[in-house]
Write a protein that binds this ligand. Structure first.
Ligand code: SAH
Length: 361
């Protein structure tokens, strides 16, 4: 049995069942045994692969989006370029290649990487060693210097810890993790005995007994932070993630280890735990905070609008050897049955900015 599992069992024995958010936080970010702090999980040899890791085109086009955002803000002398959950720092490094199209933009950029894992921070520092703009690290958006800001995040929202609720006798009861009474050192799900009050699950009106609803408190918190920043200075956030356009019933928590789906309760800390992002809930949270929001559009629509065809053609010209590689990358990013339509792109911004390129329909 892993270290973290032993400690979680002891904690449950001491304090009682834990909710899914507490379980997810421990699995992902426990400082000594959590999934992210103890490894670099990205890439083909790791546990999972993401769009920036598939192709340099992804980060380059996000870089063009950032450049256009800076122009939309009136080319401020300094702009805070912030990345949420930057993984290996590949997207930022590709963004910088596109940013080079305008020397004044490069001069204006101040980069902050918001990263919770010291292991990944070290990888980012290495990959950004030649970055043309200053880079600092923080663990919260609240610690980013004041001023106009462009904030980007790919596959960040899906690792924010969610809570789950099960409909029972006409009320919502929180789903918990407890010790399995029948299996030695096993974990199982359980429903809390008392119904939950005070959680906004209105989007799931009409749910029936046995249905499961998810609630992501991090989305509301992020929109509140964006509101605070964007109320003072221009700002735009671009968020790309996996999930439905509107709230849907069902358990979407998924555990991935070495590119395979595994049981989320089997080996805490050994697998990546994510939940689909409810873009309906994110849009509602943005509206409630008075942010302008555009999208969600599909990843394919976004990349297409930013000119992925042109970029791919240019890269394919470099050599015969490149052609099939670029074609494969295009397919993985754009295919309707894969990332192209499952991933969505949303932009949240301060009032009065022009419509964001690629996201406004
Ligand atoms: N954006 C990267 C990595 C995605 S994996 C890519 O597309 O390849 C998720 C990343 O978010 C990791 O870097 C993880 O450590 C980080 N992360 C997750 N939750 C976080 C939080 N609450 N605060 C800061 N970083 C977080």
């Amino acid at each position: 049995m892993g270290n973290l599992k032993a400690r979680l069992l002891a904690r449950i024995d001491r304090e009682g069942p834990m909710n899914i958010a507490a379980y997810m936080s421990a699995c992902l970010f426990d400082p000594t045994d959590g999934f992210y702090p103890t490894r670099d999980p990205l890439g083909s040899e790791g546990d999972f692969i993401t769009a920036p890791e598939i192709s340099q085109m992804f980060g380059e086009l996000v870089g063009i989006f950032a450049l256009q955002s800076w122009i939309d803000m009136g080319r401020p002398e300094t702009v805070q370029l912030v990345e949420l959950g930057p993984g290996r720092g590949v997207m930022m490094s590709d963004m910088m290649r596109a940013a080079h199209m305008d020397a004044d933009f490069i001069k204006a950029i101040n980069i902050t990487m918001i990263e919770a894992s010291p292991a990944l921070e070290a990888v980012q520092a290495k990959n950004l060693a030649a970055c043309p703009a200053p880079v600092t690290w923080a663990t919260s958006l609240n610690d980013v210097e004041a001023g106009p800001s462009i904030i980007v995040g790919n596959e960040f929202l899906d690792c924010l810890p969610i809570r789950q609720f099960i409909r029972h006798d006409g009320a919502w009861h929180e789903r918990m993790v407890m010790r399995d009474p029948d299996v030695e050192d096993g974990l199982i799900y359980a429903r809390s005995a008392t119904p939950e009050a005070g959680i906004d699950l209105l989007a799931f009106e009409g749910a029936r007994d046995g249905d499961l609803a998810e609630y992501n408190p991090g989305l509301t918190q992020l929109c509140a932070q964006l509101h605070d920043r964007f109320a003072v200075h221009d700002g735009r956030a671009l968020l790309i993630d996996y999930g439905p356009v509107s709230s849907e019933i069902g358990d979407t928590v998924q555990a991935i280890s070495r590119h395979q789906k595994v049981d989320p309760l089997a080996e805490p800390g050994e697998a990546d735990l994510t939940a689909r992002v409810d873009f309906g809930a994110l849009s509602r949270a943005a509206r409630e905070q008075g942010l302008d929001h555009y999208g969600p559009v599909t990843q394919a629509a976004f990349l297409d609008a930013l000119g992925i065809e042109l970029r791919a053609a240019k890269l394919a010209q470099q050599s015969e050897r490149h052609k099939p590689i670029i074609a494969r990358q295009m397919h993985r990013l754009m295919d309707e049955h894969a990332m192209g339509s499952l991933f969505k792109v949303i932009a949240l911004q301060s009032r009065g900015l022009p419509k964001p390129v690629g996201v406004a329909t």
